[in-house]
Design a protein around this ligand. Sequence first.
Ligand SMILES: Nc1nc2c(ncn2[C@@H]2O[C@H](COP(=O)(O)OP(=O)(O)OP(=O)(O)O)[C@@H](O)[C@H]2O)c(=O)[nH]1
Length: 345
Amino acid sequence: MDKRIPVTLLTGFLGSGKTTLLNKLLHNPAMKDTAVIINELGEAGLDQIFANSQISQTIESEHIADNTVLLSSGCLCCSLKNELADTMRDLFFKRSLEAVPQFNRLVIETTGMADPGPILANLMNEPVIESVYRLDAVVVTVDAAYGLQQIASQKEALKQAAVADVLLITKADTATPEQISALQEKLSAINPNATQQFVSHGEIDPMDIVDVGLFDFANKQANPQRWLRAPASGFSMGKKGTIPQAPAHDDVTTFTVYLPKPMVWSDFKSVILKLCQKHGEQLLRLKGILHVEDAPAPLAIHAVHFTPYPPTLLEGWDEDEPISRIVIIGKGIDEQAVRDMLTQF
Ligand SMILES: Nc1nc2c(ncn2[C@@H]2O[C@H](COP(=O)(O)OP(=O)(O)OP(=O)(O)O)[C@@H](O)[C@H]2O)c(=O)[nH]1
């Protein structure tokens, strides 16, 4: 079982309801051992989060409460890249020294204009971070009334929706049924692998958005099927080793490559690295389950842009049909070239 601290990346376009959601979450007893990194330009919304919460309301420095850090002088995806890693390291060391209350989960709330790609890459790239934290899920809020328009006009909104594990449709009370169904259709086209859920005024069962990644802590086991959301079998093969792609929307495509033969990870990892190097610019996210000959259990892999993440050994988990599969989410990505690279290995 992976003992690293799970990280939820909470993102979503400007005004889509991130702070409202975080506020409700942090008041829920199930989330009491949560550390938070908030990246807001300015401090709007913070009063709301800290009002009546068990967290101190004193805003003295960037450490606005024991387990809560505000990064307000820039954006995590561009100017504050190093600060995120430094802050995460700092929180972890303080936790080890018992200088902050023990936390067993971290939520990072980004600004509304954040490109999640560089943030995810950052989480995966830093040796200390990678060894003590693991990405649980990317949770993205989408405004029911304005989401469609924002996705069409703002590339950040599109990228946020594309890399989500969980899409939360907020403010349904402000949208017409037609707007909501058009948005849902669009989200399914952009990101068919994400779950879609409605949230009203931030009210949500925390269990709907935490531990929704690779590990299911309630059942104390890995749950890669749910994480990958690509069927293990029963797919109808299109071109060799692939299923037909979903239609392209705004240049964002999602497709799954199936590799029925077991592989050798020590060889295949160079293919993933090459894929990241060659297609990194367009590669929003890669997730996969690999059945390999040189490890005692299947491997979960993921990558963002140019950065492959070290694989996670899925100990105690196996499948009847050992078919490896890799889900690719790309923007303007050369799908055929990616398929060829993976299948011609
Ligand atoms: N009607 C309605 N309003 C909502 C709902 N959820 C959030 N809001 C309101 O929407 C506004 C924006 O919500 P925030 O939570 O601040 O959004 P945000 O994503 O944190 O905004 P930024 O930090 O600016 O990106 C606030 O006034 C909320 O009260 C909802 O379900 N229904």
